[in-house]
Design a protein around this ligand. Structure first.
Ligand SMILES: [Zn+2]
Length: 565
């Protein structure tokens, strides 16, 4: 991340206008000195999303999201930091300095070229293999759907793919996981005689493949690319690049296999994604919640399905905020979404989704499973079993409601920790302290830094946040023209980052002149405070071990200042 030079980021944020970047994606209206619109990150009817041109900063009062143009693109387009910077640089006609060489990472660009080429080869091979086309037709999959998902076919040969690449590309091919090596160091194609599903990242670039057996006796039935530089299973979801285009749907479906995603798409259900042979991860859920407010997990009704659902439940609890919804859809035993939608059609499937089990009901079921809640023992057991689940939930109305419900069923009072997982108050450098205000003013108007007296000894105060102020001052001194958004960007990797975004807002109601007055007030106050601390320290020392002549002088001076104030 830090591999793009800060100076570049600052110039970039100076050249582009956040109003253009956001305005191209969200309808904005002038409101006072800022712009406002409907927040793209949570659903609302009245605008609580604002964009400040002056600060080059956006903020939503509804969901609390905030940041610079870079942050907005990351959030809105689902990009990582480097990609967001690249997109903005293109907009500004700037060339991102090449970074990949001195970070120790090998460039990924060539790897994408290899996977894209393989995708085309597999697609061509599918066109020339009528038996597999028939197989797909029998499963109700059209040519158009195959094209949408770029599906293909890997020939039943050891070297069909490897032969298509130059010797010089073989190393890259291996790094994408498309070839593999046996004990005798012989390299051969990993996927043979398989229906190929390219796995795309959020931007639609091919990063890996899934191969499905086309013959009944072929094992394993599903084979995925290994983890590579491009592919990390726990982050990626199959079909997300297509489903994202349907972010206006009120929910996203999470299914288990790529054939489920493809079959649903074939029947007009376009908002489905699949995990890739792993359990649902925290990363998966938070990625999905960035786009949709409701997730419907879809599982087979058999015991393996219920087990997978319990895992998903456990992963979901800490992320289950009050304005989010998670439901569980259990299909009849023996059915998966693929077979269900084929047999019963889209309407029946949507109906099943609408009747899915809410997380609260499923949670109660899991907690009370195997317990006789009519016995006194059972009630106590229920209470014990509920605690670890409830403790995982973020603070809020839902947690409270679940706690009450459990108390009611058990007839006993349940005390649960109101642990907060989203509010990073433990990272807050300043609770209610004057440095909080100073940080806010310095972030808003970095040029104030030069008006901080050199002899202001903030470190003698026991308030947290001094290190942030030092850092802001240092950044500003090296780059006197830095604007608010660029300043905030410099803290992107810091644990304070979300907190600073919020601090940025506390003086929004003031104009520049009022901010300058406020700044003066705070500096005066801090001056008095630090003098008082220093006077106390020197007096203590005087009583215990006496002062040297310099210290005496300082004390006299401080006391004189104090009486003048
Ligand atoms: Zn919002």
């Amino acid at each position: 991340m830090a591999s793009i030079p800060n100076e570049f980021i600052e110039t970039l944020l100076d050249r582009i206008d956040i109003h253009d970047v956001v305005g191209a994606r969200v309808q904005l209206k002038k409101s006072g000195k800022d712009y406002s619109g409907l927040c793209p990150f949570h659903s609302e009817n009245t605008p609580s999303f604002t964009v400040s041109q002056q600060k080059q900063f956006y903020h939503c009062f509804g969901c609390g999201k905030n940041g610079s143009a870079i942050g907005f693109l990351m959030e809105y387009e689902g990009l990582d930091f480097v990609d967001a910077v690249k997109d903005l640089a293109q907009l500004a006609g700037m060339q991102v300095p090449s970074t990949e060489n001195h970070t120790g990472h090998k460039p990924k660009t060539n790897l994408y070229a290899v996977t894209e080429k393989a995708t085309r080869i597999f697609q061509q091979q599918l066109k020339n293999t009528p038996a597999v086309i028939d197989y797909l037709k029998n499963r109700g999959i059209s040519g158009q759907t195959c094209k949408t998902f770029q599906m293909g076919y890997a020939l039943n040969q050891w070297d069909a793919l490897i032969k298509r690449y130059d010797q010089s590309e073989h190393e890259l091919l291996k790094r994408t996981g498309l070839t593999t090596q046996n004990d005798q160091q012989r390299t051969y194609d990993k996927f043979r005689n398989r229906l190929m599903f390219p796995i795309h990242d959020k931007r639609g670039r091919v990063i890996a493949f899934g191969g499905r057996a086309v013959e009944a006796e072929q094992k394993p039935k599903y084979l995925n690319s290994p983890e590579t530089d491009l592919f990390h299973k726990g982050n990626e979801l199959y079909g997300l690049h297509l489903a994202r285009k349907h972010s206006n749907e009120s929910y996203v479906l999470v299914v288990e296999g790529y054939m489920d995603v493809v079959a649903l798409h074939q029947h007009g259900v376009n908002n489905a994604v699949a995990t890739l042979g792993t359990a649902t991860s925290t990363q998966h859920i938070s990625n999905l919640f960035k786009v949709w407010d409701r997730i419907v997990f879809c599982f087979d009704g058999d015991s393996a399905g219920v087990q997978a659902a319990e895992k998903a439940l456990n992963t979901s609890l800490p992320l289950y905020l009050d304005h989010k919804i998670i439901d569980f859809l259990f299909l009849p035993t023996g059915e998966d979404p693929d077979s269900f939608v084929m047999r019963h059609g889209k309407d029946a499937f949507i109906q099943a989704v609408n009747e899915a089990t809410p997380l609260s009901d499923f949670l109660l079921k899991v907690i009370s499973n195997g317990i006789n809640i009519n016995s006194i023992d059972g009630k106590a057991q229920l209470l014990e079993k509920a605690k670890p689940y409830l403790n995982q939930l973020p603070k809020g109305a839902f947690k409270k409601m679940m706690g009450q419900q459990i108390s009611q069923i058990s007839g006993m009072n349940l005390s649960i920790t109101q642990k907060s997982t989203v509010n990073k108050s433990e990272n807050s450098p300043a609770g209610d302290n004057p440095l909080r205000k100073l940080i806010s003013l310095l972030l808003n108007s970095p040029q104030f830094c030069k008006n901080i007296p050199n002899d202001l000894k903030l470190r003698t105060l026991s308030f947290k946040g001094v290190e942030i102020i030092d850092k802001i001052i240092e950044i500003q001194s090296l780059n006197p023209q830095i604007n608010a958004a660029a300043m905030l960007e410099r803290f992107r990797d810091s644990s304070y980052s979300p907190y600073l975004g919020h601090l940025m807002r506390i003086y929004d109601h003031l104009d520049d002149a009022q901010k300058a007055l406020e700044f003066e007030d705070i500096i005066n106050y801090l001056n008095q405070l630090t003098s008082k601390v220093e006077i106390d320290r020197l007096r203590n020392k005087q009583m215990q071990s006496g002062l040297d002549s310099t210290e005496k002088q300082i004390l006299v001076q401080l006391l004189r200042q104090k009486t003048n104030q």
